[in-house]
Ligand binder design. Sequence first.
Ligand SMILES: N=CN[C@@H](CCC(=O)O)C(=O)O
Ligand SMILES: [Zn+2]
Length: 431
Amino acid sequence: MKSVTYIKCADQVVTMKGASHLPKKGNEMSEIGVIENGSIILENDKISFVGSDQEAAQYLESLNGAATTIEASGKIVTPGLIDPHTHLVFAGSREKELEMRLQGAKYIDILKQGGGILSSTRSTREATMEQLVEQASRRLDRFLQYGVTTVEAKSGYGLTVEDELKQLRAAKVLNSIHAIDLVSTFMGAHAIPAEYKDNPDAYVNLVIEEMIPVVAREGLAEFCDVFCEEGVFTVEQSEKILEAGKRYGLLPKIHADEIVRIGGAELAAKVGAVSAEHLLQASDEGIQALAESGTIAVLLPGTAFFLMEKPARARAMIDAGVAIAISTDCNPGSSPTQSMPFVMNAACLMMKMTPAEVLASATINAAHAIGLADRIGSIEVGKTADLVLFQASNYQTLQYNFAVNLVDTVIKNGKVVVQGGSLLGNFAASR
Ligand SMILES: N=CN[C@@H](CCC(=O)O)C(=O)O
Ligand SMILES: [Zn+2]
């Protein structure tokens, strides 16, 4: 039987209407399609009506059947938040590195000394796939409570064929058991593993010749990502890996210009990357190149916060016409958080993005960054019913009342999965 849900008279419905073909850039990022006193009707897992409450009542009558009503007065409704960049599946934690960094150690030097990503690689290699699923599903529960309904997840803590596959298979299991939808990215080029320290090119060959073909053959990822960084993968190595991924149908993404400006943004444009991530050090030329290639800048202000660095130049990017998405970068070393709302606050308060731009970055533009904008990221008829009801009477409050979780209700595929801020267990991970 068809289920009908009537979300009645929200103070605001933030629709993000009209950007399913191309991401919002420049001034478009401020056009977020707010309907005052708006209502939404869901039929099964799809949105079938968005508009004024009066029109909604008429539409409901035409359906001629019972509907479940969710009173939304005193709340706003947005599309489900989308996190387009996480390293969700890993074992272990690295709080000692925070202490080291507070005493002056640099994030990249900890990696060069065999810690950092390589420390998480050791723990992840030791874990079974079931243990990875168990640990990541708890993180997904938290994402859901923060209003996130879709998450991209990268591999990159295995760094052997088998361990990379183990991480990607864990993500596949999570996608099938958890309410949150996952999109997978292969990131075997996340670090040079210790056993290849003296022969990084041999590891690049392993990624290209063995890892990429098997990941593609097993259908375990949609995207291929590389940590293009001084002391990690060079621009040349990164290009080879991303081009190899493209030959196997894996769309390129790139961790670019995070710590040292080595031309990662320019490379992203050159290979036609879907997105370039981090970009703290991106040059004016790099930003211009991203604008021209239509590559989305996925900015990670929570990472800049946690690494105590200056964030990316979001305003310069918006002025140049680059489309921006934002993300938690959830990972054990540089951003151990699942809080999209906090990251949204950081985007506003550290990068001076307006509340409207922030919401566009966390919804429709994030959907574009993971290739799903035809299905999610906006509240439009025909789209998947992924929605968040926040305890707020206008969208600006989400950035004003900072570091507070204002999520009241989360609807995923037309079903309520968070109510009154609490997970409804039967929809969360089945553990
Ligand atoms: N910078 C590279 N990769 C991750 C961090 C991974 C880690 O430190 O474990 C990032 O995006 O921040
Ligand atoms: Zn990352």
